[in-house]
Design a protein around this ligand. Structure first.
Ligand SMILES: [Zn+2]
Ligand SMILES: [Zn+2]
Length: 334
C-alpha cells in the first residue's frame, strides 16, 4: 500500500510502497483510511521543532486524526462501518484509563507516533474500543479526532454568563470559538493574522483584536477598557502569550493553556491567591469528549474548515502549514 513515511527530521516525508498492516489479535482493527488531518504537532515534528516529550522512532507513518472504514467485523462493529479513531491508547488498568482519560495514562502509546498512523491507505488500530462509529463526510470529520476533541475539552464548563478571551487563531482556537458561541459565552479573540481574525469574526467572535505577538495581552486589555475575563484560553502557549495572561482574569478566573509553544508560566503567587485564580493544562480529551464533539458537530455547532490534499501532496500541506498559509485544517486523502 502507499504511505507517507517519516524517515528523518528536517526532510520531506517519503511517499513509498509499504506492507499492508496485519491483524494479529481479536481486538485489533484494520481500517481503510478515508481521511487524516494534519496536526500542527506533525508539522513541528517533521521540521525538528518538537517541544513535546513524545519520542518518535523512525521510520514511522505519522497521522493521528483519522477517519476510516472497517475492513472486517470486530467487537459488534460491522465491516464497512465508518469510524473516528481515538488516538491515545492506554494500558486499560490505571485510574486515568478507567475514567476514559487515556491521554494521561503513564503508559500511553499514540497512533501516529508510537504506532503507524493515518498517512497511508490502511491503518491498524490496536483495540476496537478506541473507535467511534460515525456518519458523514470523512474530510470534514477527520479533524474532530484531535483538533475537535481538544477544543471541546478546552471549553468544558464554560457557559452563557462567561466572558472568554481566546489567544490565537489556529484550528483548535477557531473550533473552541464556535462551541463557546453556541453556548452563549461572550468571546474575544486576539491574534496577529488579519485573514484568520476575519474568519474568527465570520464564525461569530464578539470582538477580534489584532496585535503584534509581543503585545497580545496589552492590546486585549486596552480594547476591553480594562475589562476582565472569566476565562483566558491560550492556544499558543509561548512566553509572549503567557506573559501577562493571568492579569486579565477576574476573581476566580481560569487560565487554560492548550498551545504547546514551550513558553514559561511566571507570576507572583499573590496574584493567584488574592484573586483565587486557577491554571489548567489541556491535553487532548477523553473518549467521552470525542463522542461529545461528534454530537455537537452533527447538531451543526461546528464547521471544521478542512483543506484537502492528496497523500502525494502531503509535503506541500506540511510546508504551507509551517508557513501559516492555511486557514483551517489540512486533511490528507489517500
Ligand atoms: Zn495533534
Ligand atoms: Zn492507563
Amino acid at each position: 500500500m502507499k504511505a507517507a513515511v517519516f524517515r528523518e527530521v528536517g526532510h520531506p516525508l517519503s511517499i513509498e510502497e509499504v506492507p499492508f498492516p496485519r491483524r494479529e489479535s481479536e481486538r485489533e482493527a484494520i481500517l481503510k483510511v478515508l481521511a487524516t488531518g494534519l496536526c500542527h504537532g506533525d508539522v513541528h515534528l517533521v521540521a525538528g521543532e518538537w517541544e513535546g516529550d513524545i519520542i518518535v522512532e523512525t521510520p514511522r507513518i505519522l497521522g493521528h486524526e483519522i477517519v476510516g472504514e472497517l475492513t472486517h467485523d470486530v467487537g459488534g462493529l460491522r465491516k464497512g462501518q465508518k469510524v473516528l479513531v481515538y488516538s491515545s491508547i492506554g494500558c486499560g488498568q490505571c485510574k486515568y484509563c478507567k475514567a476514559g482519560k487515556y491521554q494521561f495514562c503513564e503508559r500511553v502509546r499514540v497512533i501516529g507516533y508510537h504506532y503507524d498512523g493515518g498517512f497511508a491507505e490502511y491503518v491498524k488500530v490496536p483495540d476496537f474500543r478506541y473507535l467511534l462509529p460515525v456518519e458523514g463526510n470523512p474530510i470534514e470529520l477527520a479533524p474532530l479526532a484531535d483538533a475537535g476533541i481538544t477544543a471541546y475539552n478546552a471549553t468544558e464548563g464554560i457557559g452563557p454568563s462567561d466572558e472568554v478571551l481566546i489567544i490565537g487563531t489556529g484550528t483548535v482556537a477557531l473550533y473552541a470559538l464556535q462551541i463557546l458561541k453556541r453556548r452563549g459565552a461572550f468571546v474575544s479573540v486576539v491574534g496577529s493574522s488579519v485573514p484568520k481574525l476575519e474568519v474568527a469574526s465570520k464564525l461569530g467572535s464578539d470582538e477580534v483584536i489584532q496585535a503584534k505577538r509581543r503585545n497580545y495581552v496589552e492590546k486585549a486589555s486596552e480594547k476591553s477598557s480594562r475589562r476582565r475575563f472569566d476565562y483566558v484560553l491560550d492556544f499558543v502557549g509561548a512566553d509572549y502569550s503567557l506573559k501577562d495572561a493571568l492579569w486579565l482574569l477576574r476573581n476566580e478566573g481560569e487560565l487554560r493553556v492548550v498551545g504547546e509553544f514551550g513558553g514559561y508560566v511566571h507570576y507572583p503567587e499573590q496574584l493567584l491567591v488574592l484573586r483565587g485564580l486557577k491554571i489548567r493544562g489541556i491535553l487532548y480529551g477523553s473518549f467521552q469528549d470525542l463522542a461529545e464533539v461528534y454530537r455537537v458537530y452533527r447538531e451543526g455547532w461546528l464547521k471544521t474548515l478542512p483543506v484537502p490534499f492528496k497523500l502525494e501532496e502531503i509535503n506541500d500541506a506540511i510546508n504551507e502549514s509551517h508557513e501559516g498559509r492555511i486557514i483551517g485544517r489540512p486533511v490528507i486523502v489517500p
